[in-house]
Design a protein around this ligand. Sequence first.
Ligand code: 6PG
Length: 248
Amino acid sequence: MKQTVQVFNDLQYLSHFFGQLVATKMQNTPEDQTFSIAFSGGTTPKVVFEYIASHFNDDIDWEKIRVFWSDERCVAPESKESNFRMAKESLLDEVPIPAICFFRIMGEATDPATEAERYSEVVRRHVPALNNIPQFDLLMLGLGDDGHVASIFPGEIGLFSSAKLFEVAEHPQTKQKRITVTGKVINQARTVVFLATGEAKAAMVATVLEKKAGWQKLPAALVHPENGEALWLLDRYAASQLTNSAEL
Ligand code: 6PG
């Protein structure tokens, strides 16, 4: 697995880099294929989506992209907590993407386990597989202060190695149910992009990237796309505790 870290002076440069990354990878996608991307929730992805909407509207073929989600809170799509609502308002409503090109997790489903199964089938149907595991072209991940990725929290780290594609998780503090992608899919992606900004992430970024005390217990530390690459996009605050000698 190739792992690289890019540090940016501010969110605008980071967002531009991400937009350029998607646009370039899509240009390299054969005419007869689609480009499958899994969106993440979080404050950094929101800023990135808004930037893409205003700067990359014409650079991305919105009929060629297929948008999915890495995770979703078990709330209605109109809820302020919905990752779908965040992406819809910051990006999907602002670009000419046909509704058939995005596939939301139905957070409003009465039974999250049934929805996790349903969504697993949706992903199987629309995302080309490698060794029978759907392979996203690009999968976005935020980094929680506790080292969670998607909605796999340290207290449920076993979900990362689930045999399923999507699982039901629970937020450790709020007990809110979530539906989350598992490590089986994360580590199959061609490119996993971590997006982490702000001082609050600095300790966790350093712990994961430099394998500091306790790193093995963190879901973020289990991300190793065997057939692809992991790309960390950080601002200088989130990168502030990295040492130069880190083997990244
Ligand atoms: C979610 C996200 C979650 C998020 C991290 C980082 O549903 O909230 O999937 O994994 O990416 O918690 O969020 P921030 O970037 O807002 O700190």
